[in-house]
Design a protein. Structure first.
Length: 145
């Protein structure tokens, strides 16, 4: 029997900076303390905007992958600056979705800051953010799964 795509394991090395960014993303996604899972509400309207966050929160397989990955990342904090995680294809998809939510949130934040400054007559130049660079490095690593 052939293994399903979600069973294929990849070993990925995350630097301490990337691990910190991932843990921040987990912290933002999972409230503390984590509530008991509740059934997903039925969509009220077919024209309702698509929500990537809601989509990820209602996918039980990806949620379980995220919980497992978070536990392994937290456990790795005692092991040194880098962590090697074994990730299935499903784990990589779930983590990619989580990082994409973080990237979208960062750009939403930048747009609101830019709008606030524009209202005051200022123009912002390019912003270099180390966490954003780390997010893109993480996505590149996950895309190899």
């Amino acid at each position: 029997m052939l293994p399903s795509a979600s069973d294929l394991i990849k070993w990925i090395v995350f630097t301490n900076e990337e691990r910190t960014v991932l843990l921040e993303a987990f912290h933002a996604f999972f409230p503390v303390p984590e509530p008991a899972p509740s059934p997903a509400p039925a969509p009220e309207d077919d024209d309702e905007d698509y929500s990537a966050r809601r989509d990820l929160q209602t996918d039980e397989l990806k949620l379980e992958s995220l919980r497992s990955s978070r536990s392994r990342l937290l456990a790795s904090l005692r092991k040194g600056p880098n962590v090697v995680l074994s990730l299935s294809t499903l784990d990589c998809e779930a983590l990619s979705a989580l990082v994409m939510l973080e990237i979208a949130g960062f750009y939403d934040y930048l747009m609101s800051v830019e709008a606030s400054f524009a209202a005051l007559g200022f123009k912002l130049g390019p912003i270099n953010d180390d966490r954003q660079t780390a997010r893109f490095r993480i996505l590149n690593k996950l895309s190899t799964c």
